[in-house]
Write a protein that binds this ligand. Structure first.
Ligand code: ZN
Ligand code: ZN
Length: 226
C-alpha cells in the first residue's frame, strides 16, 4: 500500500511522523492488549495532524464505552475509565459524562426503564469520521477530505437497525478484532460511488456513516468544496 501521504490532511509525509491507530489504541482496553497482544492497524501521519482530536477521542471513550459495559470488551474499557478517573485531569471529563447520565431533562427514560443518554454528537461524530477516513484510506488507498459531505446515524444499544441498512449489515465483516471494533461498508458505484459504512464498537454500539465519494460532483459535494 502506498502510504506517502497523510490521510488526515492529504499532504505528503515529511520526517515528523507519528503512527496513528485506527481505531484509536485506547479503544482496546489495557486488559485486552495485555491478554491478546492484538496487532493493531496504524497509518503514518504528520505529528502536527495527530494530536488535534485527542480531547474528542477521550470524550468518545468516556461517553460511549459505558453503554457497552455489559460486553466482554466493553467491561474492560470501563475498568480503564475508572482507573483513569482517579487522575485529576480526567475528573472534569468524568463529571461531564456523569451529568449526562442523570435522569433529568437531558435524558429520556423509556417505558422499559432504559435511559437514553444525551451526548455531544459533534465530538462523537468527529471521531467516527476520523476513523472512517482512515479506514477509507486503508481500503482504497485514497484520501477522503475532511470536508466531504456526510451523514451519521447512531443506534442505541439493542435498537433494531432500520431496514434501509439491511444491505450493509449482510455484507462482509472487515474488523481484525470484531469483539472490540468491527466495520463493514458498501460502495454503490452506480450512484456517485455513494458509501455506506457501519461500525460496531465493543460489540454493542452501531454507528452508520454515509458519504459521497471524493470525486462526486453533486450539489452538496460541490457546495462543501467551494
Ligand atoms: Zn497531515
Ligand atoms: Zn455528492
Amino acid at each position: 500500500m502506498d502510504h506517502k501521504i497523510c490521510y488526515l490532511c492529504g499532504n505528503e509525509l515529511n520526517s515528523e511522523i507519528d503512527k496513528d491507530h485506527i481505531p484509536p489504541k485506547q479503544f482496546y482496553s489495557t486488559e485486552i492488549r495485555k491478554k491478546y497482544s492484538p496487532n493493531l492497524f496504524t497509518l503514518p501521519v504528520h505529528k502536527s495532524c495527530n494530536s488535534s482530536l485527542q480531547l474528542d477521542e477521550d470524550y468518545f471513550l468516556n461517553s460511549i464505552a459505558p453503554l457497552a459495559g455489559d460486553s466482554f470488551s466493553g467491561k474492560y474499557i470501563w475498568q480503564d475509565i475508572v482507573r483513569k478517573s482517579k487522575r485529576s485531569e480526567s475528573k472534569k471529563l468524568m463529571l461531564k459524562v456523569y451529568y449526562e447520565f442523570q435522569p433529568n431533562l437531558s435524558s429520556l427514560i423509556m417505558p422499559n426503564g432504559k435511559i437514553i443518554k444525551r451526548f455531544d454528537g459533534k465530538r462523537i461524530y468527529n471521531i467516527v469520521w476520523k476513523i472512517t477516513r482512515g479506514l477509507y484510506f486503508k481500503e482504497n488507498n485514497k484520501f477522503l477530505p475532511e470536508n466531504t459531505h456526510r451523514d451519521f446515524d447512531f443506534l442505541s444499544v439493542g435498537q433494531k437497525p432500520p431496514i434501509k441498512f439491511n444491505y450493509i449489515l449482510n455484507s462482509k465483516s472487515k474488523g481484525d478484532y470484531p469483539g472490540v471494533f468491527d466495520y463493514k461498508y458498501v460502495e454503490f458505484k452506480e450512484i456517485n460511488n455513494f458509501n455506506v459504512w457501519a461500525m460496531l464498537f465493543w460489540n454493542r454500539i452501531i454507528i452508520f456513516v454515509m458519504f459521497h465519494s471524493p470525486d462526486c460532483d453533486c450539489k452538496f459535494c460541490f457546495d462543501s468544496k467551494t
